[in-house]
Ligand binder design. Structure first.
Ligand code: NAD
Ligand code: SER
Length: 317
């Protein structure tokens, strides 16, 4: 029987990945952890929770031993926009936290680690359409620096210590359960809330900004598929490109307006425009497709309909 620990479980991805893992393995087998407890009444609150700051190795070690953990989904991180406001914190949480997870896994032979990377590993010198699997990684954000370092560290632990560490370069994740936590791609979620609440959204990137995105059900499927994959078939470890959908901010606004007539989006780019401009527009995910049969299920239209269907009733529409 699997014994799973999720760090950063109260965040955008953890709040949906943790319940998905509990459906598969049983609620008591999946321990959520974060510096902030789950909100009462949420699906995340429906199972064991441990308060854990991933920078505290002794506490992590204690939880892994007491709960007999054999798999860690390490989601705790500071994302791109917050990282630019607090670069030292981003380095500390993203790097010290990851080193602690890898070291505790090393102390416990057989523990498998999932550590997500991001499109933020790419920078202005990376080809943008598509970003290749193997390419220039010279990001301009501290978040991107930590993600490149994380990929290399994970690969190092695989080669040096024989650890089983796996990771995906997630695109911007779009979801309805929990708002995103301080990233550059947050506009692609915020726009749905504002469209339903106010009929108007002021977007913080310009209308022609195109970025790789992914709808949460595809994000969960990709994560579980990589962790289920036969290790012998994997040609990469911690850096799989994985594509969902790519669209401009104006195309997203038009897709929402097609469902919500009268919705208007205006544009006031801020500091996040430069971050978005340093990332690619599309991704070459042929390695993920070949190695573990990755195929996204959602396109712009089906994602938009599903987001509005889920969020609408919650926001009184
Ligand atoms: P999020 O910001 O929504 O959640 C991160 C969680 O980590 C939060 O609940 C926060 O309380 C927690 N946390 C922060 N500092 C902590 C600490 N010191 N100890 C323990 N917990 C701490 O982020 P997310 O979107 O759920 O992202 C999860 C992972 O996926 C991250 O590694 C992120 O870099 C990666 N990722 C996310 C996206 C996206 O669009 N959401 C895209 C690419 C990569
Ligand atoms: N969605 C994330 C961000 O914008 C990408 O890793 O920071």
């Amino acid at each position: 029987m699997k014994r799973i620990l999720v760090t950063g479980a109260s965040g955008q991805i953890g709040s949906e990945l943790t319940p998905a893992l509990r459906e598969r393995h049983g609620a008591s087998s999946v321990v959520a952890s974060d510096i902030r407890p789950p909100a009462p009444g949420t699906r995340l609150a429906d199972g064991p929770f441990e308060q854990l700051d991933v920078r505290e190795r002794a506490r992590l070690r204690e939880i892994v031993a007491a709960q007999r953990i054999d798999t860690i989904y390490h989601l705790a991180a500071i994302l791109s926009a917050t990282g630019e406001a607090k670069p030292q914190l981003a380095w500390d949480v993203n790097i010290t936290g990851l080193v602690n997870v890898l070291e505790v896994a090393r102390e416990n032979p057989g523990v498998r680690v999932f550590c997500p990377s991001s499109i933020a590993v790419f920078g202005p010198e990376t080809p943008r359409t598509p970003a290749p699997q193997l390419t220039v990684l010279r990001p301009s954000t501290i978040y991107g620096l930590t993600k490149v370092t994380g990929e290399l560290l994970g690969d190092y632990y695989v080669e040096r210590y024989g650890l089983d560490v796996r990771g995906l370069r997630y695109p911007g994740i779009i979801s309805s359960e929990t708002p995103p936590g301080g990233g550059t791609t947050d506009y692609a979620v915020d726009i749905f809330y504002k469209a339903l609440q106010d009929g108007h959204y002021t977007c913080f990137v310009g209308p022609d900004t195109v970025l790789p995105m992914m709808y949460m059900p595809d994000c969960i499927r990709a994560t579980l598929a990589l962790m289920d994959a036969d290790g012998a078939r994997l040609t990469r470890h911690c850096d799989y490109n994985v594509a969902g959908l790519s669209f401009s901010a104006a195309e997203l606004a038009a897709a929402i307006a097609a469902q919500l007539p009268g919705f208007v989006c205006t544009y006031e780019p801020d500091f996040r425009q430069a971050i978005a401009d340093s990332w690619p527009q599309t991704l070459d995910d042929s390695a993920a497709r070949a190695d573990w049969n990755w195929r996204p299920a959602f396109d712009l239209d089906s994602m938009t309909r599903d987001m509005l269907r889920r969020l609408g009733p919650r926001l009184g529409r």
